[in-house]
Write a protein that binds this ligand. Structure first.
Ligand code: ADP
Ligand code: ASP
Ligand code: MG
Length: 403
């Protein structure tokens, strides 16, 4: 069998941990499997590299940033390969470009366009355990790109898909996907199984446990994911199609995301095409807009348009919009980063009315003010004051009986 395993930074944070991972990989190899391992950078290496760049300039060139932050994975892959050699097994580390991961040119959040599997197949046929640097690829012009934070998950799932692997195991520092972030909700429970759709919503809500694009990829190509701990042998959480799940709960997860800022354009002329102008200019810069709310002002000739973006995209968004103010005949752009998004996800919401009402009431009873609301078939999100987010998650977690 061919198995793809991905180890996150939290599982590779020290030399001891790398040795532990080497032993786990070898164990899988000894069971007669071919193994492709995707690694993240050790511990907080990527954060530290980004910090260095920002000590030099507040707006580092994105191509150079990719050149810099892709090095983290090169370190961990080489060290893991050496640790495996030390135990007497064959392994080879390869960069994204060496394994032929071709991406578009959108530096720091590039998308995979194709993967040429020749090199991996050759190394596997030579009996090597293949260790791939996650998070990185290369453009057709041979510039190094990265796939966005948490992108090693995407590398792993993309490889599992093109190599037609039996399973894709994502190893991390928790036992699986929980009903809430175990760091915040002490009584959170581990889920044995969760659908792609729920996981997609979770990932888009800022749960870091699995990267959003990785889940999109898995859903599109039907890659079954087993998310589990690298510190024990317990079964983790299976992420698969909903049809394979017997009884879907109304609410399966509560999440919060502090990586968001609210931007408001004040006094926008109320005429057709304005929203198109605003959001296409942001899209051109590769900025992902999340919740959008448009409210009429008193005179009804102008609107205020508010939306949220990640903190990384805040400065660029504000700059883009300031440049557009005359065109929009709007008065000003304001931003508020003292906010967080609190959300609930569950496929059972489709068939149970009243979930939103109960959520708002629970928050209202605790005097938590809701700034923005957005919903989908299986999700409800509210923007609240940042200082209240943890409390909100706990109230909802117990209010919906997830403990
Ligand atoms: P890795 O280094 O393996 O990529 P991450 O830090 O990216 O690990 O993701 C694992 C972390 O995700 C966990 O330590 C946990 O605190 C956090 N997390 C957030 N929401 C959840 C959830 N619903 N279930 C499990 N873990 C969660
Ligand atoms: N090292 C990268 C990051 O920290 C990629 C990953 O961990 O998946 O975002
Ligand atoms: Mg991660």
């Amino acid at each position: 069998m061919l198995i793809v395993q991905k180890y996150g930074g939290s599982s590779l944070a020290s030399i001891e941990m790398i040795k532990n991972v080497a032993n786990r990989v070898i164990k899988t190899r000894k069971q007669g499997n071919k193994v492709v391992v995707v690694v993240s950078a050790m511990g907080d290496t990527t954060d530290e590299l980004i910090e260095k760049a920002y000590k030099i300039t507040s707006s580092p060139n994105k191509r150079e940033l990719d050149m810099l932050i892709s090095t983290g994975e090169q370190i961990s892959s080489a060290l893991l390969s050496m640790a495996i050699h030390h135990e007497g097994y064959k392994a080879i580390s390869l960069t994204g470009s060496q394994v032929g991961i071709i991406t578009d040119t959108m530096h720091t959040k590039a998308r995979i366009k194709g993967i040429d599997t020749k090199r991996i197949e050759k190394e596997l046929s030579l009996d090597n355990i293949v260790i791939v640097c996650g998070f990185q690829g290369i453009t057709v012009d041979e510039d190094i790109t990265t796939l966005g934070r948490g992108g090693s998950d995407t590398t792993a799932i993309a490889l599992a898909s093109v190599l037609d692997a039996e399973t894709c195991e994502i190893y991390t520092d928790v036992d699986g996907v929980y009903t809430g972030d175990p760091r915040i909700v002490k009584k959170a429970k581990k889920l044995d199984v969760i659908s792609y759709d729920e996981m997609l919503e979770m990932a888009s809500l800022g749960s870091v446990v699995l990267n959003l694009r990785a889940v999109e990829f898995a859903k599109k190509y039907g890659v079954v994911i087993h998310l589990r701990s690298s510190f024990n042998d317990k079964e983790g959480t299976i992420i698969c199609e909903e049809v394979n799940i017997m009884e879907a709960p109304v609410v399966s997860e509560i999440a919060s995301d502090e990586n968001c800022t609210k931007i408001t354009i004040v006094g926008v002329k109320d005429k057709p095409g304005i929203a198109g102008t605003i959001f296409s200019h942001l899209a051109d810069k590769g900025i992902n807009v999340d919740m959008i709310v448009q409210g009429a002002s008193l005179d009804e000739k102008t609107n205020n348009i508010s939306f949220t973006v990640t903190r990384d995209d805040m400065n660029e968004s504000v700059n883009v919009l300031k440049g557009l103010l005359p065109k929009l005949s709007a008065t000003e752009v304001i931003h508020d980063d003292n906010v967080a998004k609190v959300s609930m996800v569950g496929v059972g919401m489709r068939s149970h009315p009243g979930v939103a009402a109960k959520m708002f009431s629970l928050l209202g009873e605790r005097n938590i003010n809701i700034h923005m609301i957005s919903t989908s078939e299986i999700k409800i999100s509210c923007i609240v004051e940042k200082g209240k987010a943890v409390e909100a998650v706990r109230i909802l977690h117990s209010g919906f009986g997830l403990e």
